[in-house]
Design a protein around this ligand. Structure first.
Ligand SMILES: Nc1ncnc2c1ncn2[C@@H]1O[C@H](COP(=O)(O)OP(=O)(O)OP(=O)(O)O)[C@@H](O)[C@H]1O
Ligand SMILES: [Mg+2]
Length: 293
């Protein structure tokens, strides 16, 4: 379990870039941190993996303050994917890169070679390839694989899908979702609301060093107040429901408004449009103004 208790942080010792942030992430959760540039998301990630220490408050991993954990102890609990994969790629071959984490942790792992072989096969890597000659998507996959291979109970991923095309993004997210299904706690920063909506169980929205909302993904991502305060673009389905609500106020009490998940919401939207299509009964549906097409 990861706990932030009134955590403040600063890079220069003066300006607080996080201000009394509190949350608890139980084992097995899948949390996405969202918010504008500079909101403090990466700073929060750095505090979780001990790269940064709080100026006030406490960050606890399984009840122990990061202030009292050695780097190697923290590394055994939390795997960390940097916002830019090139910051963590440092070896001459893919195989060495995948082995690197075991050496950095300074722990003996009897089946390290076997785990690395499994990663090479699973991701389809060329073990002798030079990491820096790989394309951006493959470097991202390599950085992710070099975290997964360590089998830490928690993984922290700072924008794991940035710069990836749709196919690479889906591949990365399916791998991450699979880890979570098998019990890994996943904490990720994500700018893509579709990816967030599709994969995260819970969303923590931040702005200017504060948490502005924290709850089940669908609740946070459909909350207009949160979207506005954290300067977030709604996911497509939520956007359509809001636009429909603007042009047809009756929707405020319809099954679209009462939906409890994105799937329910998209089904309700489909049924609403189907039932009104061609009847002329729904105000402004199909007009440029109404749907903003
Ligand atoms: N190494 C650093 N030294 C000084 N200030 C920093 C450093 N890293 C971040 N900051 C500042 O801390 C604040 C929070 O930055 P942080 O990187 O945590 O934001 P973020 O939410 O991850 O933004 P982004 O979406 O752009 O990655 C910003 O004002 C940023 O300028
Ligand atoms: Mg960041």
């Amino acid at each position: 379990m990861i706990e932030f208790r009134d955590v403040s942080a600063s890079y220069d010792g003066e300006l607080a870039v996080l201000d009394r942030v509190s949350f608890t992430i139980p084992n097995g959760d899948f949390v996405a941190f969202v918010g504008t540039n500079g909101a403090g998301k990466s700073t929060t990630m750095r505090l979780i993996n001990g790269l940064l220490k709080p100026t006030a408050g406490d960050v606890l991993i399984d009840g122990v303050s990061t202030a009292n954990l050695r780097t190697s102890e923290l590394a055994a609990k939390v795997g960390f994917l940097f916002q830019n994969p090139d910051r963590q790629i440092c070896c001459n071959t893919v195989r060495e890169e995948l082995m690197f984490g075991f050496k950095a942790q300074g722990r003996e792992c009897a089946d390290a070679e076997g785990r690395v072989d499994a990663m090479i096969e699973r991701f389809g890597f060329d073990p002798d390839a030079e990491p820096f000659l790989l394309n951006r998507g493959t470097r991202q996959l390599l950085a992710l694989a070099s975290i997964i291979v360590l089998e830490t109970p928690v993984i922290v991923l700072d924008e794991p899908t940035t710069g990836l095309d749709f196919r690479e993004c889906s591949k990365v997210m399916e791998i991450i979702a699979g880890l979570n299904v098998r019990g890994t706690t996943v904490i990720m920063v994500c700018h893509d609301m579709e990816v967030t909506a599709d994969y995260a169980k819970r969303v923590i929205a931040m702005t200017e060093g504060h948490v502005v909302d924290d709850g089940p993904t669908f609740e946070v991502l459909r909350n207009p107040n949160t979207l506005q305060r954290a300067h977030l673009l709604p996911s497509q389905i939520v956007d359509i429901s809001m636009r429909l609500g603007d042009v047809a106020p009756a929707i405020a009490s319809s099954s679209i408004a009462r939906a409890n998940s994105l799937d329910q919401m998209s089904t309700a939207i489909y049924e609403f449009i189907s039932s009104h299509a061609g009847t002329g009964a729904s105000p402004a549906l199909g007009s440029d103004e109404g749907l903003g097409a």
